[in-house]
Design a protein around this ligand. Sequence first.
Ligand code: FES
Length: 141
Amino acid sequence: MSSQPATRRTVLRGAALAGAAGFGVAACDPGDGGPKAPPTPTAPIDLGAPGDVPVGGTKLYREDRVVVTQLAKGEYKAFGAVCTHAGCVVSSVEDERIKCACHGSEFDARTGKVLTGPAVAPLPAVPVRTEGGRLIVGPEA
Ligand code: FES
């Protein structure tokens, strides 16, 4: 009878650790390009209609590993979406803050600068333009 609480506690502790380990794997997702993929595009990427990025807003293109902000009508800024802390692809954009769920870093969606660590380096700028009614990021072809 006296060993029952200890056994139960041990089981609960094991379940908590398993849950924490599972969260860690899911949260630190390096994205489709894998951990060795370059932090910014090495070739042009067609992101689709420029109107997908609202004026004064930001859109995360997680699969393409870029974030695009439209500062004013037709004025775009783009950044690599690979967190400069440990290489996770950032997870969301809220209130002009680009957020990384892995360890909590946040970046300014207008400048790429670090707002909250542990990251210390800004998100790298990526060339962005409109061509033929499409939003294109990355170097010229
Ligand atoms: Fe983004 Fe650590 S990888 S905060």
